[in-house]
Ligand binder design. Structure first.
Ligand SMILES: [Zn+2]
Length: 352
């Protein structure tokens, strides 16, 4: 990162005693020679006010993010109006004093707006079996149809198939093995695939010991897919009434959400869709961005200047109903062995 010479350097990575905070500061800090004006260290990464604010946000706000059944919210926030009122580990006391004095901010326990932790009307109606149907119908009506033809290809990974070269190995699993996924249910097989190989690998939870194969698949004709990966713009009302927020939270939730997504799939099948496009659970991990970003308690999904960026956070996955290879709706172009050469984790820290 280049340093603008008129922006003063006010601290450095060596200023901090919390080790995680120090490592985060090394990641974000600037490569600048000279002495830190705060602690006099020479060979450290230097921080401007802007970088220090970014560090405070990453460590305390994103670093205290707490996931709920649906949604997530940070436990800590900071601003220029409040005095620090959070409990601090002993190794963090002097670091917080430094943030307070250099940025004139205080850290406080954050009471989230309730939509952030899943208080979204259409989402609550989806969880309730009596009202679910109504919202599922709205989803079918409000989300766009996408036709995906032979010019597209996507990947499907298998661990230890008994006959790796045989196309049927890459079709939907046999009836004895279905009903455990996000969209498949008893007697309702689904083939999962993605145009993003990294996402496929995450979804299959592969390890370096696995004997892996990847099939490249192409539609034979145009597939009619319900696209749930888009951001619904121009919604009226607040986050509390937002169908977009409900669907976004649904696909970032774990297994407890599957009974809902399975019902969306069977309804889409009844409406003659070949399958759905949906945002991958691993989208955010793949891109390394914070879920449910807000400004003044308003979701970035609802602020027009952020919508493009929010849409880019969503990496689409495909769920195709039935046994599309057997039914000749998809053809297998090629199979390759897949060797996991290196696994790279990216992380940052937060307070206890
Ligand atoms: Zn320093």
């Amino acid at each position: 990162m280049a340093h603008d010479p008129i922006t003063p350097l006010i601290a450095c990575s060596a200023c901090f005693s919390d080790h995680g905070l120090r490592l985060d500061a090394e990641r974000l800090g600037l490569e600048e020679t000279g002495v830190c004006p705060n602690c006099n260290t020479i060979d450290s990464k230097k921080l401007t006010k802007g970088v220090l604010l970014k560090l405070a946000y990453r460590f305390f706000v994103w670093g205290s993010l707490h996931r709920c059944e649906y949604g997530a919210a940070p436990r800590i926030q900071f601003n220029e109006h409040q005095k620090t009122s959070i409990g601090l580990s002993p190794w963090l006391v002097s670091d917080v004093k430094l943030f307070e004095s250099l940025l004139s901010i205080g850290f406080f326990p954050y009471g989230p707006r309730l939509w952030m932790i899943g208080e979204v009307e259409p989402l609550k109606e989806l969880q309730n079996r009596c009202t679910r149907k109504n919202i599922v119908n709205r989803i079918l009506h409000d989300y766009p149809t996408r036709n995906v033809g032979p010019e597209h290809h996507f990947y499907r990974i298998r661990k230890e198939p008994s006959n790796p070269a045989k196309p049927s190995e890459y079709d939907s699993p046999p009836n004895s093995a279905i009903g455990k996924g996000r969209f498949d249910s008893t007697n309702f097989p689904v083939l999962y695939a993605s145009p993003d190989l990294q996402v496929c690998m995450h979804e299959c939870r592969v390890t370096a010991e696995d004997d892996l194969y990847v099939a490249t698949l192409t539609p034979n004709t145009s597939l009619r897919l319900l696209d749930l990966s888009v951001l619904l713009r121009d919604e009226h009302g607040t986050e509390f009434e937002s169908l977009d927020m409900a669907v976004h939270m649904l696909f970032l939730a774990g297994k407890h959400s599957y009974e809902i997504t399975r019902e969306i799939a069977t309804a889409a099948y009844t409406s003659e869709f070949d399958g759905v496009i949906y945002p991958s659970y691993f989208s955010l991990l793949r891109l390394g961005v914070m879920p449910f970003e807000t400004t003044y308690g308003i979701s970035h999904r609802r602020i027009s200047q952020y919508q493009e960026y929010e849409q880019e956070k969503s990496i689409p996955n495909l769920a195709i109903f039935g046994r599309p290879i057997e039914q000749s709706r998809l053809s297998l172009q090629c199979v390759n062995r897949l060797i996991v050469r290196r696994v790279d984790y990216d992380f940052h820290f937060g307070p206890v």
